[in-house]
Ligand binder design. Structure first.
Ligand code: ADP
Ligand code: MG
Length: 491
């Protein structure tokens, strides 16, 4: 039996507002417990919620960015349940009339050496408040309640059951993460819980149109956990059905230490929550003028920039997706392109490789953002230009990059690249007669490799190139050396 996996994600993005969604308390992470909880967050009698305009604006930004409809009128509802970290006894959310309706996200990822592409349909996105937190550890053997997080604004973004593998779901989640950070509506800090996913997973026989029974895995706060939890869950469901059992609709938790999901509770149905419109809050009315003002303030979006990189700079879809994978990278790369000027697609491709490999590796290693990279975009552009025009080899380029990176000289200009090339005599040797002399010397000094090559060992050829590069401290033009060697060895 062939199985088809079906996944829908619900993502909670914590909105980057300074104060809470219905109170004036601060939302800063990591404060002493209960120092950012005002009477409203404590649910003291007589307090009334007041909508935070900035939170609604975040929802509008998001809705516009995914091509959704912004509801002219949306309604806050009470979702009733009992839990110690929810002193009101209900969470204020949106139910029947959410603020953002529909929309979609274009997702590009690489799998099995191929670039994949998919448009994931969004069902809705709604505003709600977060709950507090129970503290079970280090609390004198008791459980404490911290209400700092209570009332923090969330945007819950819900997809259609469109995804067909864990890889695809992760690609979607990464794209969504990049977008909300790009839009400035979420700080994206997953360790701090600013972006967390619930994965709804089911399986069905391939070709069946009805959906299978799903389980929902709650609160996955890393892409790795998301992928592993789905993979585990898919295996568990298939095994269960193939063993003659059936999947029950339930809420599960992923345990990263044991790499498995565990049942938490049977899933509530919506009617269990006794949703009803919150009489304390008026309808959220969004006028067209407000939408227009927010639209005018949007930056160029990742999809648009992706298209621009492909159209104007000849980059492939995957490169373009990687370079727009975060606003940080995108801005850096744009600055490199600007400094390169009209250098053409070969330089753009070279610059793309540098930014997505060497540069990304260096800043990730040091845990810094691209904006703080010691090699500035103008310097990288100068380096790329010198490699592209044959002044230096790629290998020497890596050395210069490391030198400039390590110097952390914030005052250094783009001219530093040419100065290093000149001062250290790093110019690539492309003069045919000089290279011929070097190659002759290498051949004379390595008769064994020559013999092995003639006996059919291809490795010996690379060894000879290596010797020529070594003799010139990496400065010989490798392509010319290779051509020369081939010619001479053919004699
Ligand atoms: P809730 O979980 O709050 O009850 P919904 O029923 O609207 O809300 O579904 C939430 C998410 O679960 C959506 O992303 C939806 O696409 C997904 N989903 C619904 N049914 C299935 C299913 N059978 N298999 C996988 N995902 C599903
Ligand atoms: Mg759900």
């Amino acid at each position: 039996m062939q199985w088809e996996v079906v996944i829908g994600l619900e993502t909670h993005a914590q909105l980057a507002t300074r104060s809470k969604i219905f109170s004036g308390a601060a939302t800063r992470f990591g404060a002493e417990p209960n120092t950012q909880a005002c009477p409203l967050d404590l649910a003291l009698p007589g307090t009334l919620p007041v909508m935070n305009r900035a939170a609604a604006e975040c929802a509008i930004r998001f809705g516009l960015a995914v091509g959704a409809e912004i509801a002219p009128r949306s309604v806050f509802a009470r979702k009733n349940y009992f839990y110690p970290d929810l002193p009101k006894g209900y969470q204020i959310s949106q139910y029947e009339l959410p603020v953002v309706v529909g929309g979609s996200l274009d997702v590009v990822w690489e799998e099995g050496g191929e670039t994949r592409h998919k448009t994931v349909q969004l069902t809705r996105a709604h505003l709600e408040e977060d709950a507090g937190k129970s503290l079970h550890e280090d609390f004198h053997g008791m459980t404490g309640i911290d209400l700092n997080r209570a009332g923090t604004p969330l945007l819950e973004i819900v997809t259609e059951p469109d995804m067909r593998s864990a890889r695809e779901a992760v690609a979607y989640a990464r794209t969504l993460h990049a977008l909300v950070v790009w839009l400035g509506i979420c700080d994206g800090n997953m360790q701090e819980g600013s972006f967390r996913c619930d994965a709804n997973v089911s399986v069905r026989p391939l070709g069946q149109t009805e959906l299978g029974t799903r389980s929902e895995i709650k609160n996955l706060n890393s892409f790795r956990f998301l992928e592993r939890a789905i993979d585990f869950e898919v295996r568990r469901q298939i095994e269960r059905i193939e063993d003659g059992g059936r999947v029950v609709q339930e809420t599960r938790l992923y345990d990263p230490d044991r790499d498995e999901t565990r049942s938490m509770r049977s899933k509530e149905d919506a009617h269990d929550y006794r949703y009803f419109p919150d009489p304390d809050l008026p309808t959220l009315v969004i006028e067209p003028a407000w939408i227009a003002a927010v639209a005018a303030s949007l930056p160029e979006l990742p999809v648009a920039m992706r298209a621009r990189l492909m159209r104007d700079h000849g980059l492939g879809e995957y490169d373009a997706a990687v370079l727009t994978g975060s606003r940080d990278v995108a801005q850096y790369f744009d600055a490199v392109l600007a400094a390169l000027g009209a250098a053409g697609p070969a330089s753009a491709k070279l610059a793309a490789n540098w930014v997505s490999s060497d540069l990304a590796a260096a800043v990730n290693r040091d845990g810094i953002g691209f904006a703080d990279c010691p090699v500035k975009p103008e310097q990288l552009a100068a380096l790329v230009a010198r490699i592209a025009d044959g002044t230096i080899s790629g290998k020497i380029g890596k050395e210069i990059f490391a030198t400039v990176y390590a110097a952390k000289d914030t005052a250094a200009d783009a001219g530093v690249i040419d100065r290093i090339i000149d001062e250290q005599g790093l110019r690539q040797i492309s003069d045919p007669s000089e290279l011929e002399r070097i190659v002759d010397e290498v051949l004379a000094a390595n008769p064994k490799s020559v013999e092995e090559f003639r006996a059919g060992k291809d490795k010996a050829f690379n060894a000879l190139i290596g010797q020529a590069m070594k003799a010139t401290r990496g400065k010989a033009n490798p392509q010319q050396v290779s051509d020369l060697l081939r010619r001479k060895l053919a004699l």
